[in-house]
Design a binder for this molecule. Sequence first.
Ligand code: MV4
Length: 453
Amino acid sequence: MFRRVLIANRGEIAQRIIRACRELGIESVAIYSEADADSIYLRQADDTICVGPAPGAKSYLNIPAIISAAEIADVEAIVPGYGFLAENSHFAEVCRSCNIQFVGPDPETIEALGNKANAREMAIRAGVPVVPGSDGPVEDEEEAMRVARDIGFPVMIKASAGGGGRGMRVASNDPSLINAFHAARSEAEAAFNDSTVYLEKFVENPRHVEIQVLGDRFGKVVHLGERDCSVQRRHQKLIEESPSPALGQKQREAMGKAAVAICKEANYHNAGTVEFLLDRNGDFYFIEVNARIQVEHSVTELVTGIDLIHQQLLLAGGEPLSFSQDDIRTDGHAIECRINAEDPSRDFQPSPGMVDLFVPPGGPGVRVDSHCYSGYRIPSYYDSMIGKLMAHRSDRRQAIATMLRALDEFVIDGPKTTISLQRRILEHSDFRAGEHDTGFVERYFSSLTRISS
Ligand code: MV4
């Protein structure tokens, strides 16, 4: 196993990785920007190195600075967490050429899956259901028209280099398709320097269900069940849970098998997530693979009892998976609320600044992963997540009750937060019935996303 690793991240996930390192007897080196010099995770790491000024591009995304820090700190591996450089195949390649183990999939796998049209083709090769659509990229508007007429409107035009909701357009007829095609292309060119797009049938108000996977270097891949992330707004997840209230046992097993098949096709190593859309009929379709650990990984940790950060480190160190699919059991129900320093009544405008008082909830069935403390100043340079609040109980009803109790208990004085909105969602009859889809937040809480009069 590694003796010493560098964590190329900040905040909650840096702290989460430091904890896992300590438990495995691995020394951790934390990096920080000038804006994060007062972060608590720096006290928990074995060593710290400043990698640059506040803007992410000059610090947490600064590859030369991070590689230099890794060389100076004499680490054997770099743990990227989520965001920043986590899915940057170039960074993974630089790590390899410097003889530093990147804790994630191989650069070739990150590259192959980062191209969504290519990932779709891999899914088809693996025999996994995809949304009806184009065979690979669509070159011009004539081809777009042919595909759209073949599969039927409405269709979605997606940037191959996109993902997570960026670079997507919906078209309902021929004229709007021409507009959407060119708009998607130029948006993709501007955002990703790659104008490649592909077409899919538009699935209206789907549920968003994803499968956690782990793969070792010996070709073994297992899945750890699903997370339902249908409670989101503009592609920002607000609440995640496992198991999904929308999935039956047969579908769950089929989705898990599909996720494993794609990962085998992609030669996937380490922790990853395979995203699916689930429609009203209960049919599911592959959409993309996230080649990293995700924010909501902890929901899966609670129901499976498997520490995913431990697994990432062990697998990157070349260990074989120590368990098989049949050894994985799930227990009870877990829900996570992402607590963001944002004002839901002001279009989720970030609310950084001083946290005067921070008193996290506790007690039975509660877990809080947060880097925040009383007197911490939330910098305005990074995402606005203050922490993750989780409830784990024997069933969904009890998990909701515990989450509501914990949200009430949570004291965060200073910034505006998403807590009040999350409480209202958990109290909503559609959510309680497990009948919500990805349109739920925008439909019922749109009044909260505008400046109230
Ligand atoms: C779709 C879709 C419907 N039809 N693809 C969003 C993020 C990215 N991972 C893919 N996403 C979607 N792809 C087809 N063919 C719906 C989504 C989607 C979504 C779309 C609009 C509003 C919220 C959404 C939440 C999850 C997924």
